[in-house]
Design a binder for this molecule. Sequence first.
Ligand code: TXA
Ligand code: MG
Length: 349
Amino acid sequence: MEPKLVTEIIHSPTDRDLRRAAALLCAGGLVAFPTETVYGLGASALDATAAAKIYKAKGRPSDNPLILHLANPSQAALYAEVSFCFEKLASLFMPGPLTVILPKKPLIPDTVTGGLQTVAIRVPVHPMAHQLLTYVAGPVAAPSANRSGRPSCTNASHVIEDMNGRIDMILDGGDCDFGLESTILLPVDDHTVKLLRPGAITVEMLEQNGFSVVLDKAVTQKLGENEQPLAPGMKYRHYAPKAEVILLDGSRERVVTYMEQRADAGTALLLTDEMKSEVLGQKPDVTVLSLGKEGDRLTQAHRLFTLLRTLDEHPEIRRVYAALPATDNIGLALYNRLVKASGYTVLRL
Ligand code: TXA
Ligand code: MG
């Protein structure tokens, strides 16, 4: 039997609670905290033993590196080799939902970087995360706070579901604003970046600020047996509910018609408000989950992981149909999470 920890759950933490959480992190403990993207599971990034506990609590493969969270981008130079490109990205988008990969300095333990010579740097804008990091006054290694293979946690009840009894403390700061994980970039030269994971900082935003953006293949396509993604985590089947997810690629009319023909009592449909009203009348026994209004992709991003978790509460659902989203702006982040949830199963209609 695994030893069970008593997890302290703090709803609406006070400043005093945040200082206590920071002290716990400095003493080698594990604390889950909210950020503007998803909840993180933090440990001191300078303490190899503490960081190793994260992998155990999550059931995470040890070759999948952790992101270093800092209170301020100026601290990055203490732990990584910063560059012109990083400084420019930091001045535009930090603090915010962006992670940048840089060559690491030796004081960051190999446990944190999964043995890589690079380290991921992120400066969250969420006030509670910022305050906690300020009190720690050092880097906090934090992956998303879900058990490995489950959708990331976008509220504290998801964290409690996955981590109660496995970590020391959960700080409940309510719902995360964005609901999908940060954009990950690898600088190539002064003005070129490789996009390893799409998020709220979009390709369009980067291009408007003079960057050229190269998409890593793993963002949109399944890699071959011998191919390795640049972000090791992208190779694992993430975000997957227990039911089979099938994405439908075609006009709205074709997608709705296909859903009407195929959906039965063991099926769930993941769609927009507009599509829901079209399909619902015909299919009263089918579980229909709406991501939000068709044009409101921020709400769709915000709801996706909660809906994927909801599906797991319905063991009778064996198959999920969802429309493949467009890939412009934050659509690319939704597209990426959905193709991963489906194991790249896309039906062209
Ligand atoms: O929004 C986020 O980024 C959240 C919050 C908590 O900050 N964190 C998060 O962490 O999503 P995680 O561990 O679930 O995802 C980190 C991703 C993984 O795919 C990992 O492989 C990649 O970042 N990564 C970390 N360090 C890397 C490195 N040195 N080189 C390439 N990829 C790296
Ligand atoms: Mg994760």
